[in-house]
Design a protein around this ligand. Structure first.
Ligand code: FES
Length: 171
């Protein structure tokens, strides 16, 4: 992570990396207005840094000529921009109505028990963060969760055990 440590409580914009600038510059060629790139720029930073710290947010805002406040509004509105550190794998667990009807609460409890974390928490080894999300658009195959870009459907406790056992083997 390329985040400048500051001794004061006030965050200071860090320097964006060459890769981040390069990718943000590319996005700027696709939009008529620099400010319209805000969300994509935050996604780029998150891809490289794992999350969007205050220092990163300020750096992106400066680069796009926006106020940090304005850009933070974008980050807050889009709930997949992580403004706090997350684990290497983020489990986005759908808790909307179809998944709820199909018993997602029990599945979530199973994940929580297995990993020892609740919503908003990260495992002690930094491997997993569990977050609730609204509908993932796969309601007919509820309950559903998204992890590392892969949607896991028709979840059962057994299926959860399989997924995490397999991942542990592949490590
Ligand atoms: S409600 Fe869970 S995928 Fe739609």
């Amino acid at each position: 992570m390329n985040i400048i440590a500051t001794s004061s409580a006030r965050p200071v914009a860090r320097a964006l990396t060459v890769e981040e600038k390069h990718e943000i510059d590319h996005e700027m060629t696709l939009y008529p207005d620099k400010k319209a790139v805000g969300l994509e720029a935050l996604k780029i930073v998150q891809k490289h840094q794992g999350w969007v710290s205050d220092e990163s947010l300020m750096a992106v805002a400066e680069y796009l000529g926006m106020s940090a406040h304005e850009l933070d509004g974008v980050a807050t509105f889009f709930n997949l921009i992580f403004r706090r550190p997350v684990g290497r794998n983020v489990i986005l667990f759908c808790d909307s109505v179809s998944c709820w009807i199909m018993g997602c609460d029990g599945i979530k409890d199973h994940i929580s028990k297995r990993l020892g974390i609740d919503y908003g928490q990260t495992t002690a080894d930094g491997e997993y963060t569990l977050l609730p999300v609204p509908c993932l658009g796969d309601c007919d195959r509820a309950p559903v969760m998204l992890m590392d870009g892969e949607q896991h459907r028709n979840l059962t406790p057994e299926k959860i055990d399989q997924i995490f056992s397999q991942r542990a083997k592949n490590k």
